[in-house]
Design a protein around this ligand. Structure first.
Ligand code: NAP
Length: 249
């Protein structure tokens, strides 16, 4: 029997890398896609998968990913994404907003569009989009990112409606606070102290493995079961603004 094939975008770090490992453990051959070749090549070697260098914001690069995947695909995890900056709307940087829309919404659309025929051809495809609780709420300074992640959610819902008669499920996993090595560091332009402050005093934030576990569960339900959305937060985060922090951390 040929193994089932999965594509994970943004597989070079954090949630994407953890998801590639989890799916490989479940028996999938995993195509690890991201821009940093060295990272995904090491990961692919570790899990017996394939590395495809891909910038999801480039149509040409995404066409290369589709060519590498071939005619049949079982699981697509649209995980590539991120936040840039935390400025109030009054001081917003239009370029940062564009980059966030580009990767979290347009990138997801381009990859989905390119791989949809292969997902349909599998007869039981699954798309898992990595959204965020930022796609459900608003917070000060977050408008560029929350607008983009609301976009991820709405594109997911629209696609589910459009594919209602096709053998493809469309799902979203929306995490709250996840302590990954790079997410906050990227958001704050490499400022480690600002990145660390995001998680200060939170004894047990989610880690990449927790979200990878949820994504893998969503992706491995029987073909007639569609998990529309799964919101996952650490126990310490009752709501975006209500986080239990202990001093001395
Ligand atoms: N950490 C959190 O608290 C949190 C919470 C909710 C949702 N999320 C979402 O979860 C996803 C993963 O986040 P993470 O915490 O694992 O952050 P991360 O470690 O910064 O991962 C982001 C990944 O996206 C890839 N990426 C960025 N731009 C790309 C592009 N143009 N083309 C292809 N790949 C691209 C990066 O790889 P390259 O740089 O190598 O391309 C990297 O592998 C994101 O969609 C994020 O919005 C994170």
């Amino acid at each position: 029997m040929t193994s089932r094939l999965a594509v994970v975008t943004g597989a070079s770090s954090g949630i994407g890398a953890a998801t590639a490992r989890h799916l490989a453990r479940e028996g999938f051959e995993v195509v690890c896609a991201a821009r940093r070749a060295d990272r995904i090549e090491a990961l692919a070697a570790e899990i017996g998968g394939r590395a495809v260098v891909c910038d999801v914001t480039s149509a040409e690069s995404v066409a290369g990913l589709a060519a590498a995947v071939g005619p049949r695909l079982d699981v697509l995890v649209n995980n590539a994404g991120g936040a840039f900056g935390l400025s109030p709307v009054a001081e917003a940087d239009a370029d940062e907003w564009r980059r966030m829309y580009d990767v979290n919404v347009l990138g997801l659309m381009q990859v989905t569009k390119a791989l949809l025929p292969a997902l349909v051809a599998s007869g039981a495809g699954v798309i898992v989009n990595v959204g965020s609780t930022a796609g459900r709420i608003a917070y000060e300074g977050g408008a560029g990112y929350t607008a983009a992640k609301h976009g991820t959610k709405v594109v997911t819902e629209t696609l589910r409606l459009e594919l209602f008669d096709q053998p493809v499920r469309v799902c979203e996993v929306a995490p709250g606070m996840v302590r990954t090595d790079e997410f906050a560091l990227t958001r704050f332009g490499g400022d480690q102290a600002r990145a660390d402050a995001v998680y200060a005093g939170v004894a047990e934030p989610l880690v990449a493995d927790d979200v990878a576990d949820a994504i893998t569960w969503v992706a491995t339900r029987p073909p007639h079961v569609n998990i529309d959305e799964l919101v996952i937060k650490p126990r310490a985060q009752a709501a975006a603004h209500k986080v239990h922090r202990v001093s001395g951390d």
